[in-house]
Write a protein that binds this ligand. Structure first.
Ligand SMILES: Nc1ncnc2c1ncn2[C@@H]1O[C@H](COP(=O)(O)OP(=O)(O)O)[C@@H](O)[C@H]1O
Ligand SMILES: [Mg+2]
Length: 1081
């Protein structure tokens, strides 16, 4: 939504002087100063812009500012030159009205800057495109060129325009620039030859000497040193903040953009150089025979160089500086020139050369920038003309300039009043006559065709006879004496006679802007602007094409005997044209004011500004503007601005804006005489009323602002809340999703874990079962295999045994038979053959019988001859014992193999022979089958005690080894079984029949080296006794032994040889006796 603002917003002082209350010169100045101090350099008087020169760059010309002011109404924003430029441009574009922008003010007040600002604004807002941009660029770049040639440093302004400029910018119907036309007015050409103290010649001279390349300067025969040139003022050649060299480059670049050809630029520079050279030509007097002095060129070098530059024959020019030819009717009279006249001629030539060059430049620029189409176009004229000048010493130029300003003031008053009047008529408001000062009378004093000052000056110049400035003043004195704006010392009007402030050769004009004293000296000459014909003809003869063009009157074929037009006449004519031109256009005024004389920022010199305010007629301007109504505004913006002051119009008024405004004003009880309703505008008579409205609006705005703030804050909070709510839902949804996902993942992984554990467990269980099953199957197989193995081995053993027995029986039978035979036939053989047969038989036996028998007979079969001796009953019993031992123990007890090679001696103690055992022997009444020392194992600790063991057919006896005292005598029938281990030990338990008398003390646990023999013998006794059962032999590593009441388990374990080689027996507990047998290595 577009925000409607107003000039009235945030005003410093008042933005429009029309609203000043009370209106006086002091309040006017006070307002200007206040605004100036706040860097508000622009203030309006209605539609007129007052511009104060800030003398510093302000940040108010940025592209953003251009955008701000673009397409906005004039009173919508604070005062700005852009507002005026925009208004002018838009009414040109949209309403098809030609515009002119009149910029006035004294030198240094900022006119040229203002004109540039207007042009740059228009360039920025108008159309774009390649062609359009080129045109814009050319129009803008014409400025630096004209400034270089037409501006100079003066005491008032470092870049003072020394010519008047009016530029028409032409636009097409769309508002795009098509081209332009520049008109120049009265260049201050006297500056070329002489500059006031502290001022400079035109910029171009300094720029050329500082900025041109050495090569260019050599071609132009110039020297970089300013001091070499008479026409250049030296005391202020360098100006701070002005870079001549850089500006020279800018100018050359601008000339190129504007469309100057390279040779044209060169020609222009040659002419500038020629002017400098011309200034260096000096003259000396040369006496002639008739007593008069004739001038001669002093040093011809400069003349020569100048002639070379311009292609002029040196002698022609030299002559033109010495002679003057006057043609009258058919006669030609040649007179000599004295030195003074020669200098006058030189300077006149320099001035003419330069001013004509300047005019040519303007023409040339116009050629470039002129619109290419002939189509109808709209025009915006920008007038940047020198302002009103009041110097100490005012001459012809000031007179002309002030005349121009007088005319501009006139047109200003006329147009302002006319505009005001037209507006009243347009709006249907009654016109009240306005009192104002009309300067038409002053204009008339100057430009009246019969008795105007300019006309009289021309008359004087044209009059034959002696004409001097004094005769001119006399004439003024006679003719203008009665004029109330004219004063002079010699005025016939007696009231001025005594005015001693008026010097004799001066006259004073009371301009609208103040009184100005003019010195008449030079008026006639300057008006004549005389250039001797010889000089213009010499110029025409030049080879230089440009110089030839500049002096067309030098063409001998077009000799014009008429006097050339005077400067005053020409100026008056061009001002007249300008005024007529301006009158056809819609005027826009920019009135520039200079705040101080020091070119300094922030200084506001009251008196200086007051003076300018006066002569610019600004107070008048305000009065005219306020004469009827101080303020006016179209109904729409007025209603828009104040509608909040009335309930009926707020917030919307439905109906015509005018009615709304009427309702509003009635509601506010504004007195009817204070306001008038025009057709499209409301007119407010007093600023007071306006301020009343503004004040009410301000109060109301505050309330509204609070309301808006309240609603806005509510809206903002609610929006924010809704947004947060929405966001919260989104966040929550996302979070929930995230949490659920996380939970799901957890559950999933837990499930997977439990599953995997369960599966693992099941699998392991299954595996265990399967393994068990398999093991069972394998065990069955193994058991079956073992069983079958055992069965088979048992069967094999039985079969082998059977075979062996059969064989042994056969063998023994054979032996027996052999023995019987040998016994029988021994007597037959004894003599010789007995031995042979015996040997043979033994050999046969040995060879044919199996290993078993051999192994049974290791100790005896070495010599056959013993067999015969040994095979006694005794021996046979021994064999049978061995055989029996084999049956009992072979492959069952590890001790057995050792016993095989040992002969079963039986009585190891030789008991019958040893007297030591006499007593014992006698105690045993039967034959002792075996006597040996055994270890009786102590039932309590497992330690062994040596005992003599005697075995008879009926008993076995245990006796003390030393004393031979019988400890126990057990009848063999009481022995039910013997238990031995499978190992190499000699332990054996003799188990007694339960209930028998011997069994009272329990079984015997004994240990003997001859275990095999003892058991075998015990077994044999049992086997041979018919009354007894066979003795049972248990071979097992674990058997029970009855010790008194307790049954103790004797357990055999194999110990590693590391723990010693001896067999140890230990009582482990009540029930266990452990025998550790070292494994054989
Ligand atoms: N609007 C402005 N902003 C900044 N400086 C300005 C402005 N107007 C003028 N000036 C300064 O004042 C000087 C004189 O201005 P200028 O336009 O040449 O004066 P005039 O043409 O009226 O003689 C400029 O060179 C510039 O330094
Ligand atoms: Mg200027």
């Amino acid at each position: 939504m577009e925000v409607k603002t107003s000039l009235l917003d945030n005003m410093i002082g008042v933005g429009d002087m029309v609203l000043l209350e009370p209106l006086s010169e002091d309040s006017f100045l006070g307002n200007l100063k206040k605004r100036f101090d706040h860097s508000e350099i622009y203030t309006y008087i209605g539609s007129v812009v007052i511009s104060m020169n800030p003398y510093r760059s302000l940040p108010i010309y940025t592209p953003e500012k251009v955008e701000e002011y673009r397409n906005r109404n004039f009173y919508e924003l604070s005062p700005h030159i852009y507002a005026l430029a925009d208004e002018a441009y838009r009414s040109l574009r949209d309403q098809d009205k030609d515009q002119c922008i009149l910029i006035t003010g004294e030198s240094g007040a900022g006119k040229t800057e203002a004109s540039k600002l207007v042009m740059s604004y228009v360039a920025a807002v108008c159309g774009k495109g390649h062609e359009v941009n080129k045109v814009k660029e050319q129009l803008l770049q014409s400025n630096p060129v004209l400034e270089a040639f037409g501006n100079a440093k003066t005491v008032r302004n470092d870049n003072s325009s020394r010519f008047g400029k009016y530029m028409d910018i032409e636009f097409d119907f769309k508002g795009d620039p098509l081209g332009g036309v520049i008109s120049n007015y009265l260049l201050e050409k006297s500056r070329v030859v002489k500059q006031p103290r502290g001022e400079r010649n035109f910029h171009v001279f300094y720029q050329l000497l500082s900025g041109a390349s050495d090569d260019t300067l050599r071609k132009l025969k110039l020297d970089r040193d300013f001091s070499k040139y008479n026409y250049l003022s030296l005391d202020s050649a360098a100006v701070s903040g002005l870079d001549d060299a850089a500006n020279f480059r800018t100018v050359r670049n601008a000339m190129q953009i504007v469309g100057f050809m390279e040779d044209e630029v060169q020609s222009v520079l040659e002419l500038v150089a020629a002017v400098l050279k011309l200034g260096n030509i000096e003259f000396k007097p040369e006496s002639r025979c008739n007593g008069t002095d004739e001038s001669r060129v002093k040093d011809k070098n400069d003349l020569k160089e100048m002639c070379e530059l311009l292609g002029i024959e040196q002698s022609v020019l030299e002559r033109a500086f010495s002679y003057r030819t006057v043609e009258a009717k058919m006669e030609k009279v040649s007179t000599t020139l004295n030195v003074a006249q020669a200098y006058y001629a030189r300077d006149a030539l320099a001035k003419n050369l330069y001013s004509r060059l300047f005019s040519w430049l303007v023409t040339r620029i116009n050629e470039s920038i002129q619109a290419q189409t002939k189509a109808r176009h709209k025009v915006m004229g920008v007038l940047d003309i020198y302002g009103f000048e009041i110097f100490e010493d005012n001459s012809f130029e000031q007179f002309i300039i002030n005349y121009c300003n007088e005319k501009l003031q006139q047109i200003f008053i006329e147009l302002t009043l006319r505009e005001e009047q037209e507006e009243y008529v347009r709006e249907g408001i009654e016109w009240t006559n306005i009192e104002y000062f009309n300067n038409a009378i002053i204009c008339d004093l100057i430009e009246n065709n019969q008795n105007g000052i300019l006309a009289m000056l021309d008359e004087e110049c044209l009059r034959p006879g002696t004409v001097t400035d004094e005769t001119f003043l006399d004439k003024l004195n006679t003719i203008c004496a009665d004029h109330q704006h004219f004063e002079s010392r010699l005025n016939k009007n007696s009231k001025f006679l005594n005015d001693h402030s008026l010097p004799h050769n001066c006259f004073r004009i009371q301009h609208y802007a103040g009184k100005v004293l003019y010195r008449v000296e030079g008026f006639v000459d300057k008006n004549n602007d005389l250039l001797y014909r010889d000089l213009s003809q010499a110029m025409y003869k030049a080879n230089h094409s440009l110089i030839k063009q500049l002096f067309p009157e030098g063409n001998p074929a077009k000799v014009n005997l008429k006097r050339p037009l005077t400067a005053g006449f020409q100026f008056r004519a061009s001002v007249g044209t300008l005024m007529r031109n301006l009158q056809t256009k819609n005027p826009n005024y920019i009135r520039c004011i200079k705040p101080n004389d020091k070119k300094a920022s922030h200084i506001f010199t009251d008196s200086l500004v007051r003076h300018q305010v006066r002569y610019l007629g600004l107070m008048e301007n305000v009065r005219v503007r306020r004469a009827g109504y101080a303020f006016r505004q179209p109904y729409e913006p007025c209603l828009e601005r104040y509608k909040m002051l009335c309930k009926r119009t707020w917030p919307h008024w439905k109906g015509p804006a005018r009615e709304g405004v009427e309702v509003l004003m009635a509601d506010l009880q504004i007195p009817t005489e204070e306001i008038s309703y025009g057709r499209s505008k409301i007119f407010i008579r007093n600023p007071r009323t306006l301020f009343f409205l503004e004040e009410k609006r301000k109060q109301c705005l505050q309330d509204l602002a609070t309301l808006i703030q309240k609603i806005y804050r509510g809206w903002k909070c609610r929006t924010h809340f809704l947004l947060m709510k929405k966001s919260q839902i989104v966040v929550a949804a996302w979070y929930r999703r995230y949490a659920q996902q996380k939970k799901y993942r957890n559950i999933k992984s837990a499930t997977t874990m439990v599953q995997s554990y369960t599966r693992g467990w099941q699998a392991r269980k299954l595996l265990r079962e399967l393994k068990h099953q398999k093991r069972c199957e394998e065990a069955v197989t193994t058991i079956a295999a073992f069983w079958h193995g055992t069965q088979a081995r048992r069967e094999l053993r039985r079969l082998k045994e059977e075979a062996r027995r059969k064989h042994a029986v056969a063998l023994i039978w054979a032996y027996w038979q052999g023995l019987k035979v040998r016994r029988e036939y021994r007597k037959f053989f004894r003599a010789n053959a007995g031995k042979k047969i015996y040997d043979f038989t033994i050999q046969r036996i040995v060879k044919t019988k199996d290993d078993f028998l051999v192994s049974c007979l290791p100790w005896s079969v070495t010599k056959t001859d013993h067999i015969q001796d040994q095979f006694t009953e005794e021996k046979k019993a021994v064999y049978e014992e061995k055989l029996e031992a084999s049956e009992i123990f072979k492959d069952k007890k590890a001790l057995y193999p050792n016993s095989v090679s040992q002969p079963f001696k039986g009585d190891y103690l030789e008991i019958s022979k040893n007297p030591k055992y006499q007593k014992l022997n006698s105690a045993v009444d039967e034959k002792v089958l075996l006597a040996d020392v055994v270890n009786k194992i102590n039932r309590a600790n497992g330690k062994g005690t040596p005992r003599i063991f005697l075995l008879t057919k009926k008993n076995f006896v245990l006796a003390d080894q030393k004393t031979g005292q019988v400890k126990a005598s057990i009848p063999l029938p009481d022995v039910t079984s013997v238990s031995v281990s499978t190992q190499k030990d000699g332990f054996f338990a003799l188990k007694l029949k339960e209930g028998s008398a011997s069994a009272v003390k329990g079984d015997f646990l004994l240990s003997s080296e001859h275990l095999i023999e003892i058991i075998t013998k015990l077994h044999r006794i049992g086997a041979t006794a018919a009354d007894r059962e066979k003795l049972k032999v248990d071979i097992s590593d674990e058997f029970l032994v009855q010790f008194k009441q307790d049954k103790v388990c004797v357990k055999f374990i194999q110990s590693s040889p590391k723990n010693g080689n001896s067999i140890s027996c230990k009582r482990k507990n009540n029930r266990l006796l452990e025998v550790s047998v070292p494994t054989s290595p």
